[in-house]
Design a binder for this molecule. Structure first.
Ligand SMILES: [Zn+2]
Length: 164
């Protein structure tokens, strides 16, 4: 069966950033990973937890070079649960942002998207719901790693969220 799963497209949540696709790896799950830079070209960021009330919901990056702030991932709208509105109840909570690692600067950040669903099944689901398969990921990870691996095997997870 021909696949419509287009990994040349990046997940929607990466649009505020300049990204470079590192690799798409097929193991038991599918991993698609991207290096992250600001649109100004810099790669140094401070990372902020987003919470709705006391629940972790997303992650925001602040560029230390130009000062641009942009949401990288918001679990209430991004990923499988976000796309299908499963976390809409969280949106009512008060939003706060807290610096990760006391405002430490991260310089080699990688966004990793994991898909647990079979590729054909995911393609069918996306078609039936008018969504793009690449946006229906099950797991989001922000990893710091300076090695050019197909997907992080030993990098430090800075932040992660289960989306399904
Ligand atoms: Zn910048």
């Amino acid at each position: 069966m021909a696949s419509e799963f287009d990994f040349d497209e990046a997940p929607r949540c990466l649009r505020p950033f300049a990204v470079h696709q590192m690799a798409t790896a097929y193991a038991d799950d599918i991993f698609s990973s991207y290096t992250l830079a600001c649109t100004c070209g810099a790669r140094e960021f401070q990372v902020f937890d987003q919470r709705h009330d006391d629940q972790f919901s997303g992650v925001k990056l602040n560029c230390v070079t130009c000062g641009k702030e942009a949401m990288l991932f918001d679990g209430t709208v991004d990923g499988y649960d976000g796309e299908f509105g499963h976390l809409d109840a969280m949106k009512a909570g008060a939003v706060t942002y807290t610096p990760v690692d006391d405002g430490a600067i991260f310089s080699m950040l990688i966004a990793v998207f994991t898909f647990n669903t079979d590729q054909g099944e995911l393609t069918d689901l996306a078609r039936d719901s008018g969504k793009r398969p690449i946006d229906l990921f099950d797991w989001f990870q922000l990893v710091e790693d300076d090695r050019d691996l197909p997907f992080p095997k030993g990098g430090d997870t800075v932040w992660e969220f289960e989306c399904a």
